[in-house]
Design a protein around this ligand. Sequence first.
Ligand SMILES: [Zn+2]
Length: 491
Amino acid sequence: MEELPIEHELGHDSSLTESISSVSTPDTDIKDPYLVFHHGQELNGHSKAVLGDPHPVGTCFSDNHEIHVPPSGTRRLWDEIHHTAQWGAIPDSTGMARLTLSDEDREVRNYFVHEAEQLGCRVDIDQMGNIFAVLPGENNNVPPIGIGSHLDTQPAGGRYDGILGVLSALEVLKSIKSSGIRTYAPIAAIDWTNEEGARFAPGCNGSAVWAGHTPLQAAYALRDTNPSSSCTLRQELERIGYLGAVPASCEANKLSAHFELHIEQRRILQDTGKKIGVVTNIQGIRWYRVCINGRRAHAGGAPMHQRADAVVAAAKVILFLDARARVVEAVATVGVVELERPSSNTVPGKVIFTIDLRHPSEAVLDDFEARLRSCTDGLTKENVGIGVEISKTWHSPAVKMDDEAMACTKRAAEKVVGAENSVEMISLAGHDSALTATKVPTSMVFVPSKDGISHAPEEFTSEEDCGNGLRVILEAVLGYDSIIKQRYTSQ
Ligand SMILES: [Zn+2]
């Protein structure tokens, strides 16, 4: 009997931690890799700077003390969240079905653009339909500080995922405008196209094209995942009137930084009683499509030793993924398995399956991928009738948030809710900020998700928590603006 090509590594693999790059810092021996540390205490023996550190990187105190969210601002944000939910509302629930580039997406985009224009913003729409609503600053030669997220939802999503981030960006602009004071840099509220990837997979490709990770034409050619529709992403951009002329490029359409407010989508904040999560890292996501070719044969006539069974080979790969993920504390999911012309009395000849692989370290993911390929190489050697093709269909990089931008966010969290109510954490889900972080200083803020529920109609974040997030984002952006001002005016 042949051995499964699974390497049983139970000990600590020093080769992994040694090669972790500066892009991705979490140590692989942290017991819960997703909760880095609580304020003011060590977790798993890892001592890190705490919120309220008297010496943050850079000086991110805002000198715009007059700019603040007015008392009406939180209520206005709350009302806007529920007002804009009319576009894509699932009847008799708080659920949302606002697939990207649908008629409903067009309506909410139109609202966003209208509100921004009322504020005196310049509204740029790029080739991917990403919307940049830019409120001028004192020095408009400086690239805007971006505050972005997404207005699209899952087919049965909620009212907060992404939406909170874009609408609070708009509310930040309103707060700045109503103060009558200009920031030094312009500030841009951004709606990134197709974060969810539910209609055109994979997601985050508005920001991925902007960041240069996905070629524009590849994104344009994506087809609707609904089998009854054959339209492409480009056709839908054009149809809803959001195929813009501004280059979808971080080189041609620069940002100084990117900040994002998002719901947590887990329940660490709820369970620890904290109010604000300051994101330190976003874990990397890689998608693969694996095609295993075997040989169809009669279930009665083909002896076991002569078979090239594609399902058996697929099963070995899936078991390898499960075992390896446990060793390195990654998560690996095979969510789609398709057999070609399945029959209960035929040895399967072809299987196609997907892999979703995630970990906070690119080095760990690189190593995992290399081991996956040696696993499949082993399968083809032990049975020459088996052929394996692996293609990587998506890569959202594991990223570390920028120290200076994150220092501004920590300061802001300390000011708004107190250091004792803030916690640093790693984001498990992918976000547009994972893409922007590869090009510009990026920082993310989480607010609590009730019971950790997201991508479901029951998603809920309270008015108070939305307001806290809004205030933190405003303060963080003002802090970063003061850094930019120092930088430019001292030149
Ligand atoms: Zn989201």
